[in-house]
Ligand binder design. Structure first.
Ligand SMILES: Cc1ncc(COP(=O)(O)O)c(C=O)c1O
Length: 284
């Protein structure tokens, strides 16, 4: 993603980013000289159309689209992608995607790559990686797909940034690409069980949250009764309850993050069950 942003962005360009966002997009924009324009999603995670439209202007160069989304688990719908497409075409904008959770989808949700839409074919950099789908999060191997007009610059920047991903890991990734459909079905079945386990425990403990549509996180509201912001709550949870999660401010530019807390269920079932027991100690 960094190589794509550096290749694409000129100093002073603006990049549209939905909030909540994966925490790297702000720094990625800053390092490449861009100003991020954050567009908050509605409470039900739908797009605030008016806010999105008003985020575009003459300086806008790109929009970052992360679906399924970390941290809120939103999967962008066909209609939402249509709206984004119209705006990208009207304003001559490139979509830079992050589709790293594309295979982790629940309740028959469908992943649509915006780059697969005709009008977006030449204006999308489709980015994904192996770490989540194949549970190799330390490998940091990903890829970018785009038209020649874009990849020429991306290749050059990538060469100077990293030269290339480690060759033995690339060979292993090629093997993974040959896995049968059953591998992906089992992956979803496994995470779906963990998703429900954590969700039940959080609801029982007094958190307000929604079941994610994709990825492996639950973004919860910090119970009001605690009277704590996300940082104080994170310290309390680790110190007193024995459960670690990420303070919401990591995923928000606005104040909204101060009332949020992101849990992951990418853990062994035993660990999640132990967390559920510890969460029962929470007094809210
Ligand atoms: C949305 C998103 N993109 C990218 C990454 C990191 O990808 P990689 O493992 O390829 O560095 C993460 C990891 O947490 C993520 O949540």
């Amino acid at each position: 993603m960094m190589a794509s942003m550096l290749a694409l962005i000129n100093e002073g360009d603006e990049v549209v980013v939905f909030e909540p966002f994966y925490e790297n997009y702000g720094p990625d924009s800053a390092v490449s000289g861009a100003v991020p324009r954050f567009v908050p999603l509605n409470d039900d995670n739908s797009i605030d159309e008016e806010a999105l439209v008003s985020a575009f202007n003459k300086k806008t160069r790109a929009l970052i689209l992360n679906t399924p989304n970390n941290p809120c688990g939103k999967v962008f719908t066909a209609n939402e992608l249509k709206l984004i497409t119209e705006l990208c075409v009207d304003h001559d904008i490139i979509a830079v995607t992050d589709e790293i959770y594309e295979y982790i989808l629940y309740d028959n949700k469908k992943h649509i790559s915006i780059g697969s839409l005709d009008e977006m074919k030449d204006r999308t950099i489709t980015i994904s990686g192996f770490s989540k789908t194949y549970s190799v999060t330390g490998w940091r191997i990903g890829y970018a797909l785009a038209g020649k007009n874009l990849t020429s610059a991306i290749r050059k920047v990538h060469d100077f940034l990293t030269v290339g991903a480690p060759a033995p890991l690339q060979h292993a990734c090629v093997t993974a690409l040959g896995f049968p459909d059953s591998y992906y079905e089992e992956l979803v079945r496994m995470y779906d069980g963990k998703r429900k386990l954590l969700y039940k425990a959080l609801i029982k403990a007094g958190f307000k949250c929604r079941l994610p549509e994709g990825a492996y996180y639950i973004l919860a509201d910090i119970p009001e009764g605690t009277g704590m912001d996300d940082m104080a709550f994170a310290k309390y949870m680790v110190g007193e309850i024995g459960v670690a999660a990420v303070p919401g401010s990591s995923f928000y530019k606005s104040e909204a993050g101060k009332h949020k807390f992101r849990f992951t269920f990418s853990k062994k079932d035993e660990t999640l069950m132990e967390a559920a027991l510890r969460l029962e100690k929470l007094e809210v």
